[in-house]
Each structure stands twice: as C-alpha cells, then as structure tokens.
Write a protein that binds this ligand. Structure first.
Ligand code: GLN
Length: 198
C-alpha cells in the first residue's frame, strides 16, 4: 500500500500529516522527486504560495508535480495549496507560477488586510448536513470557476471557496487546524478509488 504524500517544503504540513494519520493513512513527507514518486495522493498545505513555488523549483519538484497532476494524481490543496493548483493566479508576486490543474482563477489575499483572517460556518452539501467550520488566514478566493471545475462551497456573499475537478480538490480555508476531517476523508476516498501509479 503506497503512502499518501504531504508536500513539506513550507507551511502547515505537520497538521495535514496528523489528520491523515488519524484517518489511518501512512504519510510520506515530500521534499524530493523520489518521495513524490512513491505516493498515491498528495496534500499541498497552507503557507505562502510564492515561497512554496520558489522552493518547488529549487528542489526540482515543480515539473514532477505538474506531471503527476496531469497524469491524474489525486491532490488536495488548502489555501496556498489551492493557489498552487489553480490554472490562473491573480495578484501573485512577479514571476509566480502555479502547478495548475484546476480550471479556476484564484485571487491571493482576497480578503484584504483588515479582514485578512476570519472564521465562518459553511454548508458543503457534498460532505453532508453538518456545517464546516472554516478558518480563513490571508486566504485566496476562487474568482472564476471554468466549465471543468465544480464549486463545493460558497460564502454567504456568493464567493466560491472550495472546488473540485476530477481528482483535484481545493479549499481556501484550513480544515486541518479545526478538527474537521471530512475533506481529508473525501480526498482519501479519491486516493483509494484511483490507486494511482507513477
Ligand atoms: N496568502 C498566502 C499565499 O498567497 C496563503 C495563506 C495561507 O495559506 N494560509 O500563499
């Protein structure tokens, strides 16, 4: 049984690893291409997308990550991880790239400085009736959702903050820090259903 990876270049990868282990998954922290090549799924954590992007390129992981996503590796990105998975990044730093895969545009730091961090309860019909308590930390918003992607949750003002597309899942917020396991369970179901081979 191959492990589930957590991209561990930067950000809150330990929290994701803890949730995945609690759910019974074997976890591989991914910092090198050899580690990526072992995993059957990958979580890209929250952190700072521009830094994660630079580190991924420095560690020769960017191209293997992109190839794996294109080949159908199940990937779940939270916050900075969602930015990494977006085809289009708005308000990125100069030269910032994303791995892409999700047919969306995301705007970084979309909630401005005053309101940069906040918490709210969201309905996520795909995960059942109980609301998701969502923590947003200098979070991005999904500004446009293309025809290949599907919104999973919106704020009360209608802005989209969770999406999926095939084996890719992304949230603007951080279930890994609130004891909310349903997104990781949902992701692990994709991992098991896919049994991805590199
Ligand atoms: N603002 C960060 C970025 O642009 C994301 C913040 C987060 O991951 N909590 O990557």
């Amino acid at each position: 049984d191959s492990p589930v990876g957590v991209l561990a270049l930067q950000g809150d990868f330990r929290e994701h690893a803890d949730v995945l282990r609690t759910l019974g998954a074997r976890v591989e922290l991914v910092r090198r291409p050899e580690e990526l090549a072992r995993v059957s799924g990958l979580v890209i954590p929250g952190g700072e997308s521009s830094v994660m992007d630079k580190l991924a390129r420095m560690f020769d992981l960017f191209d293997p990550l992109q190839a794996a996503v294109r080949a159908g590796l199940p990937v779940y990105g939270t916050c900075a991880g969602l930015i990494m998975l977006a085809d289009t990044v708005l308000d990125g730093i100069v030269g910032q790239k994303s791995i892409g895969g999700l047919d969306i545009s995301v705007r970084r730091n979309a909630f401005g400085s005053q309101n940069a961090s906040f918490e709210t309860d969201l309905q996520v019909p795909e995960l059942g009736f109980a609301p998701v308590h969502a923590v947003f930390i200098r979070a991005p918003v999904v500004e446009t959702v293309g025809p290949n992607a599907r919104p999973l949750a919106t704020l009360s003002d209608g802005r989209c903050v969770a999406v999926e597309q095939g084996n890719l899942l992304g949230t603007s917020f951080h279930p890994e820090i609130t004891g909310e396991y349903r997104f990781h369970e949902y992701f692990l179901r994709k991992v098991r259903a896919t049994a991805f081979r590199h």
